[in-house]
Design a protein around this ligand. Structure first.
Ligand SMILES: Cc1ncc(COP(=O)(O)O)c(C=O)c1O
Length: 449
């Protein structure tokens, strides 16, 4: 939570106390720091300054258009995975030439839009996709700039649900078949092979798997060039991890040095697709304690955010630091050290949401300062794979998102209103004339941020 320090006893995002955001916008609310986004992006840009590299921010990590625009203004391109993400990147002002379209199942409509928009690179992941893209491009009289995404069969040593570079994963074209696939694709009128791509997984905290994959990719470039392909780009994907707890992921500088060695002498443009490393620690989820429930064997701190707002703990058993917005008294554990002895002003608790699922938790058996109803908490490192994965499960409206810049903040996605949520649904004709049940009373509209 480096970017969200305590100052005079309360937690800040840049020049704004988080307590103020919660008071004005309500909770739960995602809060992002422009300065943190900028610092994280610049760390990449500076680390790769000595290499010909394009940083295409992976929009999937946090696709709020204001976040994308903040990064685009610093020079970032975008890596998108769907038509929706492509539209967001364009609306944010990313130049089409700086957009890469990844993903294992792009529909014909999505591919057609990518061609019409003139994006810089389409990463193809299967032979049928290449055929579909060729047909669409040839019909338009253009050649699609394609990178062949290969599956190098490298174990990324990360959570199984975010490992993408092993044979049994659905991603990429088998490494051993890549030259044959390229030989066929290169002869198609609608395809221009400009590069090769790889993405072996997310939240990697060790350089070794990256290095193994990138060396294989470098060998492949040699082979493809021998086959007559003009390979100009090497797309190395995303995946650099962040410190959620006590991990020590490589820095962008260390990552860049390893890449320089792995690709030495290749004379290629490097494309990078970092997501988590740019937005992860640039955001927190603010939530308020509703109740503290003392059970027979556990104490449950029930907060107003839930798994539908931030899925990572329930989906990946992910650890997120959770700290109070008002600094605990000196000597109180801040929820970071799981092994510390309990003091009088600490308690070991489960922090859970209101959703009716046992998997709806943010922390289990976490040593926390003693908490009370109405206390405001910040869930750290929630800027990546947080709001983008949110749903309205349990009919909970999507939460608000706020972007801070220096002493200012703006709501960049208002809290979804109940009218928006319910109004999106339609009644079929045969139920249209159904009279409300006698006991049904319309509820007054609820004030929303
Ligand atoms: C193709 C692709 N590129 C980039 C990323 C971004 O990864 P990360 O957020 O770990 O940097 C992902 C996410 O897994 C991805 O699937």
């Amino acid at each position: 939570m480096n970017h969200f320090p305590y100052r005079d006893g309360e937690l800040f995002a840049e020049g704004v106390p988080l307590r103020r955001i919660a008071a004005e916008v309500g909770t739960p609310v995602y809060c992002y720091s422009s300065a943190a986004l900028t610092a994280n992006y610049r760390a990449f840009a500076e680390a790769f300054a000595g290499q010909r590299a394009t940083i295409c921010y992976a929009v999937k990590a946090n696709s709020n258009i204001a976040v994308i625009r903040t990064l685009a203004r610093l020079g970032a391109g975008a890596d998108v995975l769907s038509e929706g993400e492509l539209r967001r990147a364009l609306r944010a002002g990313v130049r089409p030439g700086n957009i890469v379209f990844s993903g294992v199942g792009k529909s014909p409509d999505e591919l057609a839009l990518a061609l019409e928009t003139g994006i810089g690179q389409i990463n193809v992941e299967s032979e049928p996709e290449i055929e579909a893209l060729n047909e669409l491009a040839a019909a338009k009289g253009v050649r699609a700039p394609v990178a062949i995404r290969v599956n190098p069969d490298v174990d990324a040593d990360t959570h199984e649900k975010i490992a993408t570079g092993m044979k049994e994963n659905k991603f990429g074209i088998d490494f051993d078949r890549a030259r044959a696939v390229a030989a066929h694709a290169g002869g198609l009128p609608g395809i221009e092979i400009v590069g090769v791509a790889v993405h072996i997984g997310s939240q990697l905290t060790d350089l070794a798997p990256f290095s193994a994959a990138f060396r294989l990719l470098s060998e492949l470039v040699g082979g493809l060039r021998d086959d007559g392909h003009d390979i100009r780009r090497l797309d190395l994907g995303g995946g650099l991890g962040i410190a959620y707890q006590d991990e020590t992921p490589p820095t962008p500088k260390e990552y860049a040095a390893m890449i320089a060695t792995a690709t030495d002498g290749l004379e290629v443009e490097i494309v990078l697709e970092p997501g988590r490393a740019i937005t992860g620690d640039a955001g927190v989820l603010l939530t308020r304690v509703l109740y503290v429930k003392k059970g027979v064997s556990k104490t449950f701190v029930i907060v107003d955010a839930a798994m539908n707002d931030l899925m990572r703990p329930s989906l990946y058993d992910a650890h997120h630091a959770i700290i109070p917005a008002i600094e605990p008294a000196p000597g109180t554990n801040e929820g970071a050290d799981e092994t510390a002895d309990e003091a009088a002003n600490e308690a070991r608790v489960d922090i859970v949401g209101p959703v009716c699922e046992t998997g709806d938790f943010f922390a289990r058996d976490r040593l926390m300062p003693v908490l009370h109803s109405q206390d405001l908490l910040a869930i750290g490192c929630a800027g990546a794979y947080g709001a983008v994965m949110a749903s309205t499960y349990n009919s909970r409206p999507l939460v608000a998102e706020v972007l801070v810049k220096a002493g200012d903040f703006a709501v960049i996605r208002p809290r979804q209103s109940y009218d928006d949520m319910l109004g999106a649904e339609k009644m079929p004709d045969w139920l249209e004339d159904a009279r409300p049940l006698p006991s049904t009373q319309p509820l007054p509209p609820k004030g929303v941020a």
